[in-house]
Ligand binder design. Structure first.
Ligand SMILES: *[C@@H]1O[C@H](CO)[C@@H](O)[C@H](O)[C@H]1NC(C)=O
Ligand SMILES: *[C@@H]1O[C@H](CO)[C@@H](O)[C@H](O)[C@H]1NC(C)=O
Ligand SMILES: *[C@@H]1O[C@H](CO)[C@@H](O)[C@H](O)[C@H]1NC(C)=O
Ligand SMILES: *[C@@H]1O[C@H](CO)[C@@H](O)[C@H](O)[C@H]1NC(C)=O
Length: 343
């Protein structure tokens, strides 16, 4: 009897502690004030704006000379969640839990969290990342050469494989070119990952960007799984190859979509066996070779197969990428590999 009393008291006090700390953070994270974040982004100046995220906006900033990136949550969207009885703190709790997850922490293609701010006027998280811009914006500026494109796609594939290989997949990757940041070394970093339980909970509120969503999933419904992410990956791959960057303008999202403008439909119309959909200018790149063009086009087409079971796994994708002749030359642009050699 004493034992059970003891257990219930212990349980009760844990419950109190849990309730009292709406959000429990580990001490190593820095708590920023809203003034800090306003100063470091120059009052959220348009010049520092990088892009929209699922629940807010992404900025670059500078804290005492250190380049950082910030995800600022939109108060209206948070209110909208709480009006629907969804715990608005959950988003930030999941965000922090996710980024301090020991398995993911420090992966070189994920941004790392340095702190957060949770005040009335500003709510957001701060990442240790010197971002250049989103892949989307950089592709629009058309400044990537063939090797840089292959490098981005290879690093992205490695990251997806890493996440898919976890025993229990606990997050969805809202993959699109506007959710991939390139840092100053053109290394891709993902920043808008969504914990899987959040995807399930917010199901009605969330729609994937039309250009990237798996058509099988959106037509037939069902569970979100790795195959859906292989599809979105295939779209990013096609964008890099064909230079046909999907239009993700916010207005267009709501306007009626012209199906032929969807990249996967365009590609299926254009594709013939043994053909390359690589853009003409890229074919002139001196690192490009025709066999690679055919092989990587075929790979992209497999990723966007309508039936999920016909799509390759990320491990298959990596094997195909490593088989490209250009792959041998990636070493020149991949600092990680070189670092490894020194260790
Ligand atoms: C994915 O990103 C788009 C565009 O930013 C957003 O509208 C959508 O809600 C996101 N979906 C998920 C599942 O997070
Ligand atoms: C594709 O190319 C291979 C060799 O280059 C050839 O053997 C094959 O017949 C070609 N397939 C088609 C459908 O053209
Ligand atoms: C994902 O689900 C679809 C059915 O919705 C299935 O065909 C496919 O094999 C699944 N993929 C994986 C990797 O489990
Ligand atoms: C690698 O390339 C060779 C020819 O270049 C091809 O026969 C083989 O199927 C490729 N392997 C993979 C995994 O793509």
């Amino acid at each position: 009897m004493y034992l059970s009393l003891y257990i219930s008291i212990t349980f009760f006090s844990f419950w109190i502690i849990y309730k009292a700390n709406i959000i429990m953070y580990p001490s190593e994270l820095i708590v920023f004030t809203s003034q800090d974040l306003i100063e470091c982004t120059n009052n959220f100046n348009q010049n520092n704006f990088i892009g929209f995220t699922q629940l807010g906006r992404f900025f670059r900033g500078n804290i005492h000379g250190q380049h950082v990136s910030l995800k600022i949550l939109d108060n209206e969207k948070l209110e909208c969640l709480s009006s629907k009885n969804i715990d608005k703190y959950l988003i930030i709790k999941e965000e922090v839990k996710f980024w301090i997850n020991p398995v993911l922490k420090g992966h070189h293609n994920l941004v790392s969290l340095i702190g957060y701010c949770w005040e009335e006027d500003v709510k957001g998280v701060v990442y240790d990342l010197n971002s250049l811009d989103t892949l989307h914006t950089i592709m629009m500026k058309d400044s990537l050469n063939w090797i840089q494109r292959i490098n981005v796609i290879y690093e992205l594939a490695m990251l997806l494989k890493f996440i898919h290989d976890q025993d229990k997949q606990n997050m969805a990757l809202n993959i699109s070119a506007s959710h991939i940041l390139l840092d100053k070394d053109y290394k891709p970093k993902l920043f808008d990952l969504v914990p899987l339980n959040e995807v399930k909970m917010l199901k009605e509120q969330l729609t994937m960007s039309t250009c990237y969503i798996d058509p099988y999933f959106s037509m037939r419904g069902g569970e979100w799984n790795r195959s859906c992410e292989v599809f979105s990956f295939g779209i990013v791959l096609l964008e890099l190859l064909t230079k046909r960057v999907s239009n993700i303008g916010r207005k267009e999202e709501h306007a009626s979509i012209n199906l032929n403008n969807l990249l996967h439909i365009w590609a299926k119309n254009e594709y013939k066996p043994n053909c390359s959909l690589v853009h003409k200018n890229l074919q002139e790149d001196w690192n490009y070779c025709a066999i690679d063009g055919v092989a990587i086009t075929q790979l992209a087409m497999q990723c966007i197969e309508f039936f999920p079971s016909n799509r390759p796994s990320m491990s298959d994708v990596i094997l195909s990428l490593e088989n490209l002749s250009v792959f041998q030359r990636l070493d020149d642009v991949r600092p990680i590999k070189r670092e490894k050699n020194f260790i």
